[in-house]
Design a protein around this ligand. Structure first.
Ligand code: BGC
Length: 820
């Protein structure tokens, strides 16, 4: 690509009138920026996000590769693998006409209650930074922009639009800003997203931190865009280093557009500030190939399924494996009882703006069947789940041509203005109804389909959404109601967990009924954002007690029981925090019943974030699998059968209880990070508390000895970067090839400043065959030994202790380094 220099960009800015410049500073629509032919700028498209590249539409018609959740990516502790995921996302972005990805999310796991925990990497700033740098490099090397978000301290969701986070400078620097800093300085991120919340009294789109830190300290030359609708003030946001207000247009979402034009004309905002913002937009466009004279890089083709399957397996964390139950020996393996609702319904991603529609999702049941195991499935418990959208084999288009529904759109005068044939019953129109050529005219829509019973019984048919819905079967009205959202609910909650209205429908086996769902678009208070609802259908099932008994009986008569427990995208989501870490519903009881029926019970935990596992020491094996992306079930089969190593190590501490965890609930609009530096393992270590599973932990299928550590060794620092080079020798002492994540922690027992007991200073992954010894070099960066004091980074001269091992709680090798 021909590089477009600063002078060229400035010339282009100079060609524009003030009106043309200001117009560029707010989105043209929900996802795209305005084109400006005078500057040679084409339309630049942004898109979420952390689970895959959604594109401009948000439904089953335009599918996206669904990668494992960011917690899973961090659990690989494998920067090369994550960089490859960045390249995969770049290829996806180009395929879908996307220039700038709204990811990665590098807020920290301050508390496991955080609704978007699954969407962030880790509780540790160094691990978050390393994974984030790799991700952004992979993406941007292929010519697609990353948007590092949400700057800063958007670590939980409650009152996220207004909460003021109060945090001391040292904690802000050493924990929450650290990943942004590394990604901006090392990977050269092209965009940063300013968060909804405030920090120490300023909302982030107006915060002095934008200019003082991003521009002045870090020399950031990229673009700062607002989170969606986070720009609140015309002048204050313009004077801060915010460059782009999203979404647009300004007439609908404000607050720039004409108001900003007036403010510049009145001399309240300097035109030079506007020029700088436009320059940054043009620079981003040049980088993604959106300015004439710059051509986009053509990303390398990738084998998506293979890569996602291997990455998911590499992220699974084996935390318990009594009597080496895993891997299962395929030869002689009899019936496998597969239990739990998450086993049948693939839960591959968390909720909110990070959701995408994968082309397919492999559930654990699909994956184990594809591995040709003799599998029998029982749901075990159902009561805690939100009813799922109607789907095959029950849902049919009116002409029976396939699964799905027909949608018709009507104008206020009742005239039909468009129609769509859909393959599914999940509906989301985010950018108005422009695609059907009637942006402002749609007043009402109608969904028509057939529901066909596979067995006799009572089905539950209904809708989830907001506004007025009328549901009819065979022309008889089942209900006609206006569904309202909880007062004060966030847009994320409204998107992920809107109200549900169900009605019973008794059907004979094979019977089909026509269904019509009517919705008055403007009765939804969310109409400005879009229209979204789902037609729901729950087939007949037993009570939880009956299902649980059936599952235990199945387990008792099987060779091995695999129970898949977990959460869903509606439990872990943007827009709200969790109020409990317990598994929803009666899943704990289910695990205990199954384990009592069959000692060979493996529990697979399918959640994006930690959940309580009160039965952990009563089952033979526990495998934590996160939200595993579209290849989840295949990866699970690979790991259960030993065809792949469970390569993951915990990127976050897994607590045994809810005691002593930071809360996400603001007090009178203020959330004070009173715990300071002590989040995650730093808090457990300080208090001498034992978590259920410590940070960094994970077992794999082989065993390792830690044989030696050498500080200041040769060869550990090929890049010549500043820091301390450490070499650690490990040996695979088991009988299988394996992968180990060697972790090095620093500490300073005699420090004059308050510090964590230990903190992660570096890590590296190694592969070794049985009996093989490997020496791995790890560079501990200078920053790992510095702390923030009196407005700057400082080194406390003296001796730092170093310890190497397989987790923050198992560090057999020790050494030290004296620094001046
Ligand atoms: C989220 C962002 C997201 C944006 C656009 C916001 O609600 O906080 O992470 O990128 O929406 O979907």
């Amino acid at each position: 690509m021909r590089a477009i220099g600063q002078a060229d960009l400035q010339t282009r800015v100079a060609r524009l009138s003030l009106e043309q410049k200001v117009r560029l500073l707010t989105g043209a629509d929900f996802w795209a920026l305005f084109p400006e032919p005078v500057a040679g700028l084409r339309r630049i498209v942004t898109s979420d996000g952390p689970a895959g590249v959604r594109g401009e539409t948000w439904d089953e018609r335009d599918t996206s590769a669904n990668i494992p959740s960011p917690t899973a990516l961090a659990a690989t502790w494998d920067c090369d693998r994550v960089a490859a995921i960045g390249r995969l996302l770049a290829a996806e972005a180009r395929r879908k006409g996307v220039d700038v990805l709204l990811a990665p999310t590098v807020n920290l796991h301050r508390t496991p209650y955080g609704g978007r925990h699954f969407e962030c990497f880790s509780e540790d700033p160094l691990l978050t930074a390393r994974i984030g740098v790799a991700y952004v490099r992979g993406l941007q090397d292929q010519g697609v922009g990353a948007t590092v978000k949400h700057f800063v301290c958007n670590d939980s969701e409650t009152e996220r639009m207004s909460v003021d986070v109060r945090i001391d400078e040292r904690t802000l620097r050493e924990l929450y800003l650290a990943p942004f800093e590394a990604i901006v300085l090392e990977a050269g991120a092209w965009a940063v997203m300013a968060a909804y919340n405030g920090v120490n009294g300023s909302t982030m789109t107006e915060s002095p931190l934008l200019r003082a830190i991003l521009h002045d300290e870090w020399g950031y030359d990229g673009l700062v865009m607002s989170d969606w609708t986070a720009t609140r003030a015309t002048e204050a946001a313009a004077r801060a280093a915010l460059d782009l207000a999203m979404p647009g247009p300004a007439e609908r979402f404000g607050p720039w557009g004409d108001a900003l034009l007036e403010a510049v004309r009145a001399g309240q905002v300097d035109e030079a500030l506007i020029d700088d913002k436009v320059l940054r937009i043009l620079r981003l466009a040049a980088r993604v190939g959106g300015l004439d004279g710059a051509s986009p890089i053509c990303p390398e083709p990738v084998d998506i399924s293979r890569q996602l399957r291997a990455t998911a397996a590499a992220s699974f964390v084996l935390v318990r494996n009594e009597r080496s139950l895993l891997p299962l020996d395929r030869s002689g393996l009899g019936r496998v009882a597969l239990i739990g609702p998450n086993a049948e319904m693939a839960r591959t991603l968390g909720g909110g703006s990070a959701t995408v529609y994968p082309p397919y999702s492999v559930s654990p049941l699909d994956g184990l069947r594809a591995a040709r195991l003799d599998v029998t499935f029982a749901p075990g418990t159902i009561g805690h789940l939100r009813t799922a959208a109607a789907r095959a084999p029950w849902l049919l288009r009116p002409d029976r041509s396939g699964p799905g529904a027909d949608v018709r759109f009507f104008s206020p005068s009742g005239e039909a203005v468009g129609s769509e044939q859909r393959d599914a019953a999940v509906f989301r129109w985010m950018n108005g109804f422009a695609a059907i050529g009637a942006p402002e005219q749609v007043d009402r829509l109608e969904v028509s389909c057939l529901i066909q019973a596979t067995e006799a019984g009572t089905y539950q048919l209904g809708v989830t959404g907001i506004g007025r819905f009328r549901l009819l079967t065979d022309e008889a009205v089942l209900f006609d109601e206006t569904l309202t959202v909880r007062k004060g609910a966030d847009v994320g909650e409204t998107l992920m967990a809107p109200p549900v209205r169900l009605a019973p429908l008794a059907l004979a086996a094979g019977q089909s009924v026509t269904v019509r769902l009517e919705h008055d678009v403007h009765t939804s208070p969310m109409a400005a954002f879009g229209t979204f609802f789902q037609l729901l259908l729950e087939p007949p099932h037993g009570t939880d007690d009956e299902e649980m008994e059936a599952a235990a009986a199945l387990a008792a008569g099987s060779d091995v029981a695999v129970v898949v427990v977990g959460t869903t995208a509606e439990v872990e989501s943007e827009g709200f925090d969790r109020t409990t870490l317990a598994l929803p519903g009666r899943q704990d009881e289910l695990v205990r019943k199954v384990a009592a029926a069959n000692p060979r019970t493996v529990v697979v935990v399918n959640s994006g974030a930690p959940v309580l596992l009160p039965w952990a020491d009563q089952v033979a094996a526990v495998l934590l699998t996160w939200f595993g992306g579209q290849e989840f079930g295949n990866a699970l089969a690979d790991v259960l059968l030993g065809e792949a190593e469970p390569g993951g190590r915990l990127p976050t501490t897994w607590s045994a209880s809810e005691d002593g965890l930071p809360l996400a609930q603001p007090d009178d609009g203020v959330l004070t990070y009173t715990e300071g530096l002590f989040i995650g393992y730093r808090a457990f270590d300080r208090d001498g508390r034992e978590p259920l599973f410590p940070f960094g932990y994970g077992r794999g299928y082989t065993t390792w000895s830690y044989d030696s550590i050498t500080v200041d060794c040769d060869g550990a620092n090929p890049s010549g970067g500043a820091g301390v080079a450490v070499c650690v020798e490990v040996r695979n002492t088991g009988s299988r090839p394996g992968r180990e994540v060697v972790q090095v922690y620093a500490s300073r027992p005699d420090s004059a400043v308050e510090r964590p007991v230990r903190w992660l200073a570096g890590f590296a992954a190694v592969d070794a065959d049985p009996g093989e010894a490997v020496t791995v070099g790890i560079l501990l960066p200078e920053r790992a030994f510095q702390h923030w004091a009196d407005g700057g980074w400082t080194l406390e001269a003296g001796t730092f202790a170093l310890a190497a091992g397989s987790s923050s709680a198992s560090l057999p090798l020790t050494g030290g380094v004296t620094l001046k």
